[in-house]
Design a protein around this ligand. Structure first.
Ligand code: BEZ
Ligand code: FE
Length: 279
């Protein structure tokens, strides 16, 4: 609680905490929750803390999505934000042009090459030449680098800058739907309550540029079986982008590829920091 008090305005804490407790007490009373059940709840939360799963718990209860929506509700004309999730890793490798965010490994042949491209601009459409993108995603099978022993460390992760005109392109592989971690206490709750653990395929983006609010978001793809049924509820229609398949021999040769590949366009618009806030 001491850390919460440091980051949250004490006056708001004084209003919100008693109200949250009243809501919990009301539910306990209405359902006649027993001592044994309450101890099980406390044991569960202790285990969530020990296994560092509070972000995951916040995500699968769709609380993260709610807080994200409230935090960005006044934003129009900019790229919608989305939740970060628990699988971001600090200090990913800096990737030089032509940007490729993965290394070859046994298993990469199970996927399709994807080039994601777009332009980073400010709300008034001025390109932002100094923007830095930070990407993380799963491989075509086996999930994130931290779960998949075949993958080099920091595979399918990387930071890079955009060109002078704000444009960028990076080579990756088409991600697939995957399940959030199910081996811990949160997985047990999902199973007990009959909530499936699947997320639609997606790519995570963090975008930073001077004079602009940082953006954390995700891109999704049409026709994914979990698009309407994401276990963390994070899909926004404004973040779904088409995948275009390319199989023309000349295009393949130009890209140095011997199998059909995909492209996806994702333009990013950032919100300028308000002048008063900058001063
Ligand atoms: C993810 O997309 O990386 C993620 C989000 C929420 C929970 C688990 C994983
Ligand atoms: Fe993810």
């Amino acid at each position: 609680m001491a850390d919460v008090a440091k980051k949250v305005d004490n006056e708001r804490l004084g209003w919100i905490l008693p109200e949250a407790l009243r809501a919990i007490h009301e539910v306990i009373e209405r359902h006649g929750v027993t001592e044994e059940e309450w101890m099980a709840v406390l044991g569960f939360l202790t285990e969530v803390g020990k296994q560092d799963e509070f972000v995951l718990l916040s995500d699968v209860t769709k609380t993260s999505v709610l807080v994200d929506a409230i935090s960005h509700e006044d934003e129009t004309g900019v790229t919608p934000s989305d939740v970060e999730g628990p699988l971001y890793r600090e200090d990913p490798p800096w990737r030089e042009k032509p940007v490729k965010i993965y290394e070859e490994y046994q298993g990469v042949e199970n996927g399709d090459v994807l080039f994601v491209h777009g332009r980073v601009a400010s709300a008034d459409r001025t390109p932002i030449s100094g923007a830095v993108l930070d990407i993380w995603q799963t491989g075509p099978d086996g999930g994130y680098d931290i779960w998949d022993e075949r993958q080099p460390d920091y595979n399918f992760r990387g930071r890079f800058g955009v060109d002078k005109d704000g444009s960028y392109e990076f080579q990756t592989m088409v991600p697939k739907p995957y399940t959030v971690p199910t081996g811990g206490p949160v997985g047990r709750i999902l199973q007990a309550t009959g909530q499936h653990p699947w997320r639609p395929a997606h790519i995570h983006f963090k975008v930073e540029a001077e004079g602009h609010e940082p953006l954390i978001t995700q891109v999704f793809f049409p026709e994914d079986p979990y698009l309407d049924n994401d276990t963390i509820g994070a899909v926004k229609p404004g973040l779904v982008r088409a995948l275009t398949r390319h199989e023309d021999e000349e295009e393949l040769a130009r890209r140095g590829l011997d199998a059909p590949f995909y492209t996806c366009e994702f333009d990013i618009t950032l919100k300028p920091v308000m002048a008063a806030a900058r001063a």
